[in-house]
Design a protein around this ligand. Sequence first.
Ligand code: FES
Length: 315
Amino acid sequence: MTTSETTTSTPTSWMETPPQNPPLKRIAAEVVTTIPWLDTLARPLRHWLTNLYGQPGKSSYRIKDFLNGVWFGHPLHPVFVTIPLGAWTATLMLDMAWLKDMDETTARNADLTLWLGLAGAGLSAMTGATNWIDTDGMEQRTGMLHGLLNAGITVSNLTSAFLRMTGQRRAAITLATLGYAVSLYSAYLGGELSYSNAIGVNHVAWQGGSDDFVAVMNEQDLKPGKLTRVDVNGIPAVLYKEGRAIYAIAATCSHLGGPLDEGQVTDGVVYCPWHNSGFRLCDGSVANSPAVYPQPTFAVRTRNSRIELRRLEHA
Ligand code: FES
């Protein structure tokens, strides 16, 4: 028996047991995979929103860039979700206090926080839906469910606000409290998308790079006008030669990890083949969303007819 056979055939029970997710996570995955109409709803909605924003370069696409957070250098959605969650937590506390003391000021403050949450929910929905259209598969289904739950919570809180205006405060409180309970599950789904599925995170954040120049290919093998993938000590990069200039940018798209070397270059911008994020070859900055994080770039030099790269630190 060889050493490798000994290693792979060790009859240890914990090694043979497949890893189990915690129950809440399993239930969430089960719900998302077993609701058949999530895809049926998601497809036309995604299609409609994609057509609404159009293609990069159109003025309508700038709205998409804005809502995705290109100007902010960070997704806007997590910033706005704090408004309804925080405000409606305050509503819940104030409603509970009102049930105890029936104080008019407490009631007014509860109403104020409810409306503040509704305003925040609108901003949160716009930024979330804009992020969502550039997801696929399971993430798109999870996002669809997350959005539907949030829409239901918003309608229920809007109804609660009108009930308060007509003096039906106890019914309004019941409705808002139920909505709050559902919002916890919806927030969990949103967290799953970010923390488990890496939606909205920088997919090149953990890619380091050598402080020294590393030879990657022969200069004569680099064809002008052709994206060429190379390896810089384990970090994938893509080279592009235009005239005498050679640009080098990380090959893994910061949005969801698409291969930039399979993309296209137009006017000094490389477009990702997966969701059309654009990055300027000269400095890796974002030309258009859905990416909001710039691509790492490399210093390029030629020595002894070999192209050498060194990672550049962005300011
Ligand atoms: S992976 Fe989505 S744009 Fe590149």
